[in-house]
Design a protein around this ligand. Structure first.
Ligand SMILES: *Cc1c(COP(=O)(O)O)cnc(C)c1O
Length: 383
């Protein structure tokens, strides 16, 4: 018998495929959770001790992916709290990315020159235990109102340097399609906005939300990219695959941002399988994020060297398309920087000595000329 049938024997197929049924039947308390999954002592106390800290919420679909017998199940680790989450270490921050000092209006984070993050909603289909924007998704700040979204649009109208809007939250695909379309129309009405991105975990946690109507609605706002968040190959189920393929088939490119988490996906083998499997559903790996220095998440952080080591075990050994950028979002608001293995062995004025992915040495000679200006573009700039 499938886990779904064991956990939700009364749910009809139509109910299971209805994303609103999924939301109505989400598990939102420790008592509820314990009826479905035998909790470990660490989890039971984790639920209690984090109850006042952060929301608990797991869609029936995501719940059905949890391995009931294994405390290290990656789905379980991402959705069921443990005690460590309730303890804040010295140096951990409530606003780890220093976003609040870059919020000209409540629903916008404007940190980079030409792009912004728009906070469209404060809730999610599953509350990730590794959420680093929980000051917003905990509901502590209060929801994001229509007026606040209008204020964000007004700011964007004034700021013509913004050519890329990342719609996130919370999970923007929890908005009704009609409401989402309304918001996207407002963004698209700004002539300087070239691309729109939607940051969402819906394909992972509530894939039935991605119906044909949604995919076709999103296509109309092209160029629009969906950026999703698979962290382990176990999340790539037939349902998740259908959701991603539906978007791509409709003409919406899908990218993936994973977070490296200790003992959840922190090995080259696990990351490689995840990235390769993403590509099989035409989802392109974009970032692999170093875990932010956020409150209660130390137990999930990996040493910086681990990410670099993992990249080294990908580059050259698998498709370049499967190799994400390893990003560290600097504590305090410095923005993202990337890390990569150093393949340079020696720099000389006329040549550089490299080691390749197999550790063999090769030399690349410098050209004689170094003028790299582009005459065509220099001359034709004013055309
Ligand atoms: C990550 C991020 C972006 C987008 O950065 P890219 O490197 O372009 O993907 C934009 N704004 C904020 C605040 C971010 O954290």
């Amino acid at each position: 018998m499938s886990r779904r049938a064991e956990l939700f024997p009364k749910a009809t197929d139509a109910e299971w495929r209805d994303w609103r049924w999924q939301l109505r039947n989400s598990v939102r308390s420790a008592a509820d959770l314990a009826r479905f999954i035998p909790l470990t002592e660490d989890e039971r106390r984790g639920c209690e001790e984090t109850a006042a800290v952060f929301r608990l919420g797991i869609s029936p679909y995501y719940l059905s992916l949890i391995d009931p017998d294994h405390p290290f199940c990656p789905i379980r680790m991402q959705s069921i709290p443990v005690r460590a989450e309730a303890s804040v270490q010295i140096g951990e921050l409530r606003d780890p990315l220093g976003e609040d000092r870059h919020r000209p209006v409540r629903a916008l984070v404007h940190k980079y020159p030409d792009r912004v993050l728009l906070l469209a909603v404060d809730h999610c289909s599953v509350y990730c235990r590794h959420c680093t924007r929980r000051r917003i998704t905990s509901g502590d700040e209060g929801g994001i109102s229509r007026e606040e979204l209008s204020e964000a649009i007004a700011y964007l109208r004034e700021h013509t340097e913004v050519r890329d809007v990342v719609v996130s939250g919370g999970d923007p695909l929890l908005l009704s399609t009609a409401r989402l379309v309304e918001l996207l129309q407002e963004i698209r009405s700004l002539p300087h906005v070239e691309i729109i991105r939607i940051g969402t975990r819906i394909p992972v946690c509530l894939p039935m939300r991605v119906d044909g109507e949604l995919a076709n609605a999103l296509r109309k706002f092209a160029p629009l990219f969906v950026v999703t968040h698979f962290n382990h190959a176990k999340e790539i189920t037939p349902e998740a695959r259908e959701a991603c393929e539906r978007l791509v088939d409709a003409g919406v490119p899908v990218e993936n941002q994973a977070v490296l988490m200790r003992r959840l996906n922190s090995s080259a083998r696990t990351i490689k399988e995840l990235m390769q499997k993403c590509l099989t559903m035409r989802v392109r790996p974009y970032y692999l994020h170093q875990m932010d220095v956020a409150e209660g998440l130390e137990h999930l952080r990996t040493p910086l060297a681990k990410g670099v080591e993992i990249l080294q075990q990908l580059r050259g050994w698998t498709s370049g398309l499967a190799v994400p950028h390893l990003a560290v979002d600097l504590p305090g608001g410095g923005g993202k920087v990337t890390l990569q293995p150093d393949y340079v062995v020696e720099r000389r004025p006329q040549e550089t000595v490299f080691r390749n992915y197999r550790g063999e040495r090769y030399t690349y000679p410098e050209p004689r000329e170094s003028d790299c200006s582009v005459p065509y573009d220099e001359i034709c700039r004013d055309r």
